[in-house]
Design a protein around this ligand. Structure first.
Ligand code: CA
Length: 691
């Protein structure tokens, strides 16, 4: 079938315009394996390619066919798409480019000019996880909330809508990929760390007209129903909340995974964590807080509620069900089941019946200390005391970075295995003694400089483990694993030729034998490809394409692990057998600047700076200022000299560092500056901090 489709393609392509993709083509994606037309290749999102041109015997000859500089050091998490010889890609700040997929020639570029101030609202970098194509349009969703349809031929906007319209002016952002199905395009958003109310909206792909909106958490009950598609669902959800959660939004953002089953005509929405994190502050009388950390099925035509399954009731460690979902037919106990699979942050691998939402199995894929197991009678996790942490700090595993995060996983129907990156880590969490919405933030307490340092020493790099797993979803266990020195490896692609491709935290692209995990090929990428690769073919030549751009949420949350990475700017890398293109040499690593002069401010100032940093800066610049988007212990003399201009004056707003003058005074900025100087001296100074 595949050979036949390839043979007829050129004629078909000649009569088609660019990106002329509809639901019938995506549903029949196996009949044109040369194309990668949807985020996860097809609606099942298996990221499994039928192509066999690159196989286990010849994969060692893979080399770069071409590459494109993406002109950023920020994270690039998107999978590109490829349709009829054109590759569509989106990078940091949603800059979108169409390339000749065989040669890399740029056909057009579109810059939506996202206001850089939005960088401050993005908890987890200014990334995009992808784009969609539909009937001659390329549809992107921008960090600042616009859904834009571009003419696939010219890259010019056809329509643009503000997906935040109609909502309070909350700090929403979008990092997820829009999904298309049946003439509709669906998009959610992020922002639960800053206090928002989650929702997804369906728009008409041709006109951008709003069709329906589904909220993921209830509104203030005194306001009555939303008059939205989710009204019946909100009646269910409202019974699981207490207090005045709506004042801070409640959270539940759908910031990444959305899937579609065209036979059942159901959309699956992965819902995120609560606003704020600490459950008793958003819902003081208890309750499960639906639909936080849940998968919700809604009817594709109307957006009305179908079913839900909550993975982490009353979550309070940034537990999300937004991780990628894979739909597959699995033979379980002698019976073929239509399942939905997910390996979310909380560390359990879930297999659900996707028609009913009934839990089929939930097995831990990582050692964890927040729960012992999932009770199969109730479908609920059996928690340890740590999951309900109070003001005493606990070291929770998995932490907010998750045991598995946004990195796409792949399923091979030939091996029956699911492949995805796993991390085992610990994170220090404590509830604040008290909290009000006016305070903002997560409701957690800054556990104190000393406590954080102890936690890092006890459970920092030395105790973190990371690996690629090949998971048997029927037996609920790993079949093989490939260990990595630390967290950060990328998304996964599987092929019919028995290969699993993954970008690694060792700054390489690698190929593994899908059955054994044996390494077949590895190539220097000069940076960490955190995104997932795709594969396609043009004129019978198979290509492997991946965005390689280190950054994103892990780089922020678990920054302590990455302080020594020395990476190139982000690039789109495209490989083929016998490819001979060469990356320019990696610029020599710069020695860290010498620690700033030892100017030890009074201890009270350092402690004040530490607390302010934890509240305002750590999300992007790392706990204890280790790493993150920019390692501030390695502040240049120029940055140091202009510290106030940057932090209060917004001098580097164009690079995504917005002014914090609305929340920090000059004294505050000075305390943070002194804290950073102390941190640099502490880690590298000849004079260690003396008590
Ligand atoms: Ca979150």
């Amino acid at each position: 079938m595949a050979a036949l489709a390839m043979a007829v393609l050129p004629a078909m392509a000649a009569t088609r315009g660019p990106a002329d993709v509809d639901g019938a083509r995506i549903r029949a994606a196996d009949h044109e394996p040369q194309n990668w037309m949807a985020v996860g290749r097809d609606y099942d999102g298996q990221r499994f390619s039928p192509l066999r041109g690159i196989d286990r015997a010849n994969v060692g000859r893979l080399g770069l066919a071409w590459f494109a500089d993406l002109d950023t050091y920020r994270g690039v998490e998107a999978s590109p798409l490829e349709v009829d010889g054109v590759l569509y890609n989106t990078s940091a700040w949603n800059i979108t480019t169409a390339y000749d997929a065989a040669t890399g020639k740029v056909l057009w570029t579109y810059d939506p000019k996202v206001p850089p101030a939005y960088g401050r609202k993005a908890c987890c970098d200014i990334v995009s996880r992808g784009l969609s194509v539909w009937k001659g349009k390329v549809i992107i969703a921008t960090l600042d909330g616009r859904l834009i349809a571009l003419d696939a031929r010219s890259g010019q906007p056809v329509w643009s809508v503000d997906t935040f319209a109609g909502e309070p002016p909350w700090p929403y952002t979008i990092t997820g990929a829009p999904r298309v199905f049946d003439g509709k395009v669906l998009i959610g958003n992020g922002g639960a760390e800053l206090g928002v109310r989650g929702y997804v909206t369906a728009y008409d792909t041709q006109t951008g007209r709003k069709l329906w909106r589904f909220y993921t958490v209830p509104n203030d009950p005194s306001k009555g129903p939303d008059h939205a598609a989710s009204d019946s669902a909100m009646a269910i959800a409202a019974k699981t909340w207490t207090g005045e959660w709506w004042k801070y939004g409640g959270g539940g953002t759908a910031w990444d995974a959305i899937s579609y089953d065209p036979r059942l005509k159901l959309i699956y929405i992965g819902v995120g964590n609560g606003s704020p994190w600490v459950a008793k502050f958003r819902s003081p009388g208890g309750g499960d807080n639906l639909f936080l950390a849940s998968i919700v099925a809604v009817r594709a035509d109307t957006g009305r509620y179908g079913w839900h399954y909550q993975e982490t009731p009353a979550e309070q460690f940034d537990s999300t069900a937004t991780q990628p979902m894979i739909l597959a037919d699995l033979k379980i106990r002698g019976r073929v089941r239509r399942v939905l699979m997910q390996a979310p942050k909380n560390g359990f691998f879930y297999v659900l019946d996707r028609a009913t939402g009934k839990l089929i199995s939930a097995h831990a894929f990582v050692p964890m200390n927040w729960a012992t197991h999932v009770d199969m009678k109730t479908g609920r996790p059996v928690e340890t005391k740590l999951a309900r942490y109070g003001v005493e700090p606990v070291l929770l595993s998995p932490g907010p970075g998750g045991a598995h995060n946004y990195n796409p996983m792949a399923y091979s129907p030939e091996t029956g295995l699911v492949y995805f990156p796993v991390v085992q880590s610990f994170f220090s969490l404590a509830a604040a003694p008290s909290w009000t919405p006016a305070q903002g933030g997560l409701g957690t307490s800054y556990a104190g400089y000393e406590q954080l340092r102890k936690a890092q020493a006890a459970y920092g790099d030395a105790h973190q483990k990371a690996w690629l797993t090949a998971w048997d979803p029927v037996r609920g266990k790993a079949v093989w694993t490939v260990p990595y020195p630390r967290d950060g490896s990328g998304g996964v692609l599987a092929t019919a030729s028995g290969i699993v491709f993954e970008g690694t935290v060792n700054k390489t692209m690698a190929a593994y034998d899908a059955r054994s995990g044996g390494k077949l090929w590895e190539s220097d990428a000069q940076t960490v490809p955190v995104a997932a690769p795709i594969t396609y073919s043009v004129h019978g030549v198979q290509y492997l394409a991946v965005n390689a751009g280190w950054g994103g949420g892990l780089a922020h949350v678990q920054a302590n692990s990455f302080r020594d990475l020395h990476v190139s700017p982000a690039r789109l890398l495209v490989y083929r057998l016998g490819g001979t293109a060469q990356l320019p040499p990696l610029a020599p690593e710069q020695a860290p600047p010498p620690p700033p002069p030892y100017v030890r401010a009074p201890e009270a100032v350092i402690q004040k700076g530490a607390a302010l940093f934890a509240k305002n800066c750590a999300l992007c610049h790392g706990q204890l200022a280790r790493g993150g988007i920019k390692d501030l212990r390695r502040m240049s003399p120029d940055t140091s000299a202009h510290f106030d201009d940057i932090v209060l004056g917004g001098a580097r707003q164009k690079q995504g560092m917005a002014s914090f003058a609305d929340v920090l005074s000059k004294d505050d900025a000075s305390a943070i500056h002194n804290y950073l100087i102390a941190r640099a001296n502490e880690d590298w100074g000849e004079m260690n901090i003396k008590k």
